[in-house]
Design a protein around this ligand. Structure first.
Ligand code: BG6
Ligand code: MG
Length: 216
């Protein structure tokens, strides 16, 4: 049995369902560019960086653009996305998350965020969750995107915990791969068929307890 000393949480799709806001913003941009971007297409963007998300969206529409134009579109999409994020409240924290954070922290287990999102500080602020984490590693602090393990390894390092004593919570396949490549355990949040390799998959934190943590 591994002694778990730290929990590292992905943000989008694990702590809060921001995928629908990303979707609204990308869909609107696709419509302006003259094509339909479906909710199934949006699945491909989970865990993927902002620029790579844009490239996938353009691929769906069969559109090729130069780098400057792509940067402009990525910025515009983010402004649109932030208009949704600005209205977020703690009510949007996913079920069971606060109870789980409180229970692990009460046992002295450290907590960190490991997210690709450059909007992490603002989202945590809107959810009033910033103080629940001992370390916050986000898209502003890493140079390699998931499935590279950099984001989680930096989290473990900042917490002063060996990767083998960390457990990662992830809703994206790329994130599960990143955790395993970093030598960590991984609990998938979602459906098992979408999260190959995860040590355990649960639908959400309302299905996961402190007792289960050490058995993963
Ligand atoms: C990930 C999301 O957490 O963050 C992706 O799953 C998103 O969909 C990525 O593209 C980057 O987010 P942001 O907020 O920096 O545009
Ligand atoms: Mg995610």
């Amino acid at each position: 049995m591994t002694k778990i000393e730290a929990c590292i949480f992905d943000l989008d799709g694990v702590i809060v369902d921001t995928a629908r806001y990303h979707y609204l913003a990308w869909r609107e941009m696709a419509a302006e560019l003259g094509f339909n971007f479906t909710i199934e297409d949006n699945e491909r963007l989970k865990g993927v960086s902002r620029m790579r998300s844009l490239e996938i969206m353009l691929e769906v529409g069969g559109i090729t653009l130069d780098e400057a134009h792509k940067l402009e579109l990525a910025e515009r999409k983010n402004r649109d996305y932030l208009s949704y994020i600005e209205k977020m409240t703690p009510n949007e924290i996913l079920p069971g998350v606060i109870d789980f954070l409180n229970s692990v922290r009460s046992k002295g287990i450290k907590t960190a965020i490991g997210s690709a999102s450059k909007n992490t500080p603002m989202i945590l602020d809107k959810l009033q969750l910033t103080s629940y984490f001992d370390a916050i590693i986000d898209g502003n602090k890493v140079s390699e995107a998931k499935p590279n393990p950099e984001v989680f390894l930096k989290g473990a390092y900042e917490l002063g915990v060996s990767p083998s004593n960390c457990i990662v919570f992830e809703d994206a396949a790329a994130g599960v791969e990143a955790a395993l490549r970093g030598g960590m355990k991984c609990v998938g949040i979602g459906q098992p068929e979408n999260l190959p390799g995860a040590n355990l998959v649960v639908p959400g934190f309302d299905h996961f307890t402190l007792e289960m943590l050490h058995k993963v």
